[in-house]
Design a protein around this ligand. Structure first.
Ligand code: 2PG
Ligand code: MG
Length: 445
């Protein structure tokens, strides 16, 4: 028996950052390598995501995960026993076989992902190297550009405003440490500006560590970002740009896109026109989920109208699934993809989706969920897969800083290079049908 073979798989209920239970799993290898992984969970979940199994009933208000834990111990542990953890594809195939046979209602993506992740972490532990290095054995580790939440709305801030995330991208930073110092400065300035504007609740934090403020309009969040960047002494546009995660499925109704904060309902055309106006006025680099998860026609329109100026990132649209991404590429929807392992359920299959996106000329953003844990493996995945961008929330709350801190650790201890995904020097991917145009065709402001 090789030292990397899986000897034991155990699972239990742990808490996530919203106090809800989640699946934790430990894989022990024959030679002593150990991997522990806890599964994250979304709030603005796409309806096409892989199914997260919850028990129902009265425990944890129905959110218990004992069924998923039972699935790990009863089915996934025997199926993976004796496999080499170093062969992640073989481990995932074994997990997937059980998943297909028993069905989503017996296994659950929270069970499959827990084992899949714990196995790769155990393999890295056995080799005594970071997971990022195991995934990328050669050359400097490519660190992602951070996208950092400053203002939260939607499902992450009790609907304080309608759009879910207003983020900053410290594009001009030369190192990850510099990037983090800049965004921490901006986050602090945003709080001060908000307090000066009469929002005493600016010392409280939303689900991802951002400010959840009843600003009165969605656009006001962009003005707050502008003021915060200026107060930080950083240059808007040159050093720092903005990103938005509209999470539009959350405010889509049968009558259109309902902006409750502004008491108006917009058609897809009107919503796209609103974004176009914002893009003209603010240094916006990307908009995620600008339209609803099944509004393919709206996405096509947005891609035609906006993709030459900003990245359009599919999260709820693509849900880290190859089939939906392929449909998006052929029907010219979006130009970038959000990658979340728990939307997919398996580590290697998620990596395949990322590969398809890169092949189609889409940019890629590895993302955490709004319900997170102290785990930091998502940072290693973003680095090891050379995603180019990482989105894990704000600079507040330990489940967020765990991820930034992990990239800082890699920068301090490994040979690394910080990715600047929009710089021409790094513009190496070929755009495909429906993909974004090359950098030189994109407007720079
Ligand atoms: C998103 C994520 C992370 P959630 O929409 O991109 O911000 O949120 O995990 O709630 O889906
Ligand atoms: Mg999103």
């Amino acid at each position: 028996m090789s030292t990397a073979t899986i000897a034991q798989v155990r699972a239990w209920e742990a808490l996530d950052s919203r106090g809800r239970p989640t699946v934790a799993c430990r894989v022990d290898l024959a030679g002593g390598g150990i991997g522990v992984a806890r599964v994250p969970s979304g709030a603005s979940t796409g309806s096409h995501e892989a199914l997260e199994l919850r028990d129902g009933g009265s425990r944890y208000a129905g959110a218990g995960v004992r069924t998923a834990i039972n699935a790990v111990e009863k089915y996934l542990a025997p199926a993976t026993h004796g496999l080499p953890a170093t062969d992640a594809a073989a481990v995932d195939r074994a997990i997937d076989q059980v998943w297909q046979q028993r069905g989503a209602d017996q296994i659950g993506a929270n069970a499959t992902l827990a084992v899949s992740l714990a196995a790769v972490l155990a393999a890295a532990d056995a080799e005594r190297i970071p997971l990022a290095r195991m995934l990328r054995p050669e050359g400097p580790l490519p660190l992602p550009m951070p996208m950092v939440n400053i203002v939260s709305g939607g499902a992450h801030a009790a609907g304080a405003i309608d759009l879910q995330d207003f983020l900053v991208i410290p594009e001009g930073a030369q190192t990850f440490a510099e990037a983090i110092e800049w965004v921490s400065r901006i986050r602090a300035a945003a709080r001060t500006v908000a307090e000066q504007r009469g929002f005493p609740q600016a010392h409280l934090v939303a689900d991802e560590g951002g400010l959840g403020l009843p600003l009165g309009s969605n656009r006001a969040a962009l003005d707050l970002l502008c003021e915060a960047v200026e107060a930080s002494g950083l240059e808007l546009g040159g050093q720092v740009r903005f990103a938005i995660d509209a999470a539009a499925s959350e405010f889509q109704t049968s009558r259109g896109y309902h902006l409750a904060t502004e008491d108006r309902t917009l058609s897809a055309e009107e919503l796209v026109a609103m974004y176009a106006g914002w893009i003209r006025r603010y240094p916006i680099r990307s908009i995620e989920d600008p339209l609803g998860e099944d509004d393919w026609a709206g996405w096509q329109l947005a891609t035609r109208e906006l993709a030459s100026r900003v990245d359009l990132v599919g999260d709820d649209l693509f849900v880290t699934q190859a089939e939906r991404l392929r449909r998006g590429v052929t029907s010219r929807c979006g130009s970038s993809i959000l990658i979340k392992v728990n939307q997919n359920g398996l580590v290697t299959r998620t990596q395949e989706v990322l590969g398809i996106a890169k092949g189609a000329g889409y940019r890629t953003v590895v993302s955490a969920r709004s319900g997170e844990t102290e785990d930091s493996w998502v940072a290693d995945l973003a680095v090891g897969w050379d995603a180019g961008q990482l989105k894990v929330g704000s600079t507040h709350r330990s489940e967020r800083t765990a991820k930034w801190n992990r990239v800082l650790e890699l920068e301090a201890t490994e040979e690394t290079v910080l990715r600047h995904p929009w710089s021409r020097a790094e513009e190496h991917r070929q755009p495909a049908e429906g993909g974004r145009p090359p950098a030189e065709e994109q407007e720079q402001s």
